[in-house]
Design a protein around this ligand. Structure first.
Ligand code: FAD
Length: 405
């Protein structure tokens, strides 16, 4: 089955499928390869099976609001040339019903399979050749001759290779370090990958007092970083048996540095110190009962239960004890011992160093005809559809460049 193609796209996930279809529709003879048995598994499991396929709230003038990386402005050019509105228009052309859930997040009404089917239809419209499962054992390059790929279905020649093999998260469904290895082989730098959008753990003993709270969910403000570089999210937090999860924790995990503490406000928008002082003047209820008016009762019980000075009616409580309690509610400091790792991470931070890529075309600055798109690049989005929007936009910028050559 050996042959020659105008472009070979490695990785048939979100970015690879979209890029292959667009390039094919622009007249290129495209081969799309993927080593996994099943197509686009990450799209299938995304957004709880409904694919949060983009986000309406994306300001390309301020990409650092929603994207992380050594150079958060790198993604600007591609995102400006392919907007969420353009992807929404494509979804609508394919008759896929969708809804907004929370903070601009768009999900399919039906299932994520509809997005996969849409991308496959776009590939078919572009006459894309699709080999799957088919691994790539070696990528060779000779100046003047272009690329020679040794694949499981024979040798392939092409002047352009697009690497769209994604990050390291969820290894059980086909993630690999292939993209980083190819980058290194051709002299591009790689920012050390790490799990992002991932639950945080707090190590055995230290977590024991809070393990009983497993299952409790509540809105919080969660923050990390020094005063100057403080980053905070107002989202739901979930206690688990091993630590903390929920959207608030997934978001902050992408910014968390090992060893750094997190600060959590369990009653955002409430002046807990003032509320407890006021309650002391007017109430004879137990402290835990008064506190339960400000935070969920389970949390109130857990926080009060640890301290003998708080086992009493609030009017008999010492001011100092109430102030300390307020501090624990509004500014709870806790240092994670680690993350749940790639098995549970929704994304991989780090990746191919953007200093070595063109932000216009996603082509390597040194190695002609070698492109990197999607999550393999050191661009990581927030939770909420931003990672898919980066996959679509980087694929689009790359496809434009492929067709222009
Ligand atoms: P992928 O979609 O991961 O595709 C990479 C492809 O490359 C895979 O098909 C893989 O098999 C193939 N591949 C890997 N190595 C090789 C190799 N050596 N040879 C050949 N092929 C290879 N993002 C959102 O925006 N919204 C969501 O709702 C959302 N939900 C998520 C839920 C979960 C549980 C997870 C894990 C992620 C979620 N994400 C979500 C993130 C999103 O799925 C990814 O950011 C996105 O899929 C990245 O696209 P990609 O094309 O770069 O990589």
């Amino acid at each position: 089955a050996a042959g020659a193609f105008d472009a070979v796209v490695i990785g048939a996930g979100a970015a690879g499928l979209f890029c292959a279809g667009l390039a094919g529709q622009r007249g290129l003879k495209v081969l799309l390869l993927d080593h996994a048995e099943r197509i686009a598994e990450k799209i299938r499991i995304s957004g709880g099976g409904r694919a949060n396929f983009t986000n309406r709230d994306l300001d390309v003038r301020a990409p650092h609001r929603h994207f992380i990386g050594d150079n958060p402005h790198f993604c600007r050019s591609a995102l400006a040339r392919y907007t969420p509105q353009q992807f929404i228009a494509l979804v609508e052309r394919h008759g896929i019903a969708y809804h907004e859930k929370h903070k601009g997040q768009l999900f399919c009404d039906g299932s994520s399979q509809q997005i996969i089917d849409m991308l496959l239809a776009e590939c078919a419209a572009g006459g894309v050749t699709h080999w799957q499962p088919c691994g790539v054992d070696e990528v060779g390059f000779a100046p003047g001759e272009g690329y020679r790929l040794r694949t499981r279905r024979g040798e392939v020649r092409t002047p352009r290779v697009v690497v769209a093999t994604g990050g390291l998260s969820i290894p059980q469904i086909g993630a690999s370090d292939f993209g980083y290895r190819i980058a290194t082989q051709f002299g591009l730098r790689v920012v050390t990958p790490r799990p992002a959008l991932v639950p945080l753990t707090f190590g055995g003993e230290a977590w024991a007092p809070y393990a009983d709270l497993a299952g409790l969910a509540l809105p919080v403000e969660i923050a990390t970083g020094s005063k100057k570089e403080r980053i905070a999210f107002l989202e739901d937090l979930l206690f688990t048996h091993r630590g903390l999860s929920g959207p608030a924790v997934l978001q902050i995990s992408s910014y968390w540095q090992p060893g750094a503490p997190l600060t959590i406000d369990f009653a955002p928008g409430v002046d807990v110190t003032a509320a407890l002082a006021e309650a002391k003047q007017r109430s004879r209820k137990r402290i835990a009962n008064e506190l339960a008016g400000l935070v969920p009762a389970r949390l109130a019980d857990a926080w009060v239960g640890e301290d003998a000075a708080l086992q009493r009616p609030i009017n008999e409580a010492a001011d100092r004890a109430l102030a300390a309690l307020a501090e624990r509610i509004a500014r709870w400091q806790i240092t994670p011992s680690g993350t749940e790792g790639y098995k549970k991470a929704e994304a991989t931070a780090g990746g191919v160093d953007t200093r070595d890529l063109s932000s216009q075309t996603l082509e390597s600055k040194q190695q002609p005809g070698l492109y990197f798109i999607g999550e393999v690049v050191d661009v990581t989005g927030w939770l909420g559809g931003y990672n898919f929007q980066w996959a679509w936009a980087s694929a689009h910028a790359c496809a434009q460049a492929l067709a222009a050559k």
